[in-house]
Write a protein that binds this ligand. Structure first.
Ligand code: CUA
Length: 156
């Protein structure tokens, strides 16, 4: 079979970009732990105050270095508004919305979830560095969207 020189270049280029993109996705998924945040668990958004664990939003210690943060997103804030964990802690977030679509985004980390009423979204992150981490909403959710935030304090 005879292939024109330019056809060969295009084949090499096409296969090369495919290999590069699949490698980037593979590295991101397996080495860095990135994954889609969607989760199949559901909850009735109109009845959160009687639906565990959202009847008691807040931080719960699971073992020495692991915490579970149960958070409700709402117009225009999060309940609770601040959580504090020691450096080195892994925090498992479970977040839902009581009204409209929000997000739960911690810049500079891989935590970036769309928060949909009726669904429980989960993600986890290990906070190795101390400091104050801002949590933002990046889904436009109404007139106070730009004020919607909470803080994660990571202490010694
Ligand atoms: Cu909540 Cu934007």
């Amino acid at each position: 079979m005879h292939l024109h020189r330019y056809e060969k270049y295009w084949l090499i280029f096409g296969v090369g970009t495919l290999v590069v993109f699949l490698s980037v996705i593979g590295f991101s998924a397996f080495a860095m732990g990135h994954h889609p945040p969607s989760h199949m668990a559901t909850v009735n958004p109109e009845n959160l105050s009687e639906s565990p664990p959202f009847d008691e939003p807040g931080l719960k210690q699971i073992d020495e270095n692991t915490y579970e943060a149960t958070i409700i997103a709402m117009t225009f804030g999060y309940e609770p508004n601040t959580i504090t964990v020691p450096a080195g802690s892994t925090v498992k977030f479970q977040v839902t919305s009581q009204d409209v679509v929000h997000s739960f985004t911690i810049p500079t980390t891989n935590v970036n979830m769309m928060i949909t009423p009726g669904h429980i979204n989960q993600s986890e992150y290990t906070f190795d560095k101390t400091g104050s981490y801002l949590v933002l909403c990046n889904e436009y959710c109404g007139i106070g969207h730009q004020n919607m935030q909470m803080t994660i304090e990571v202490i010694e």
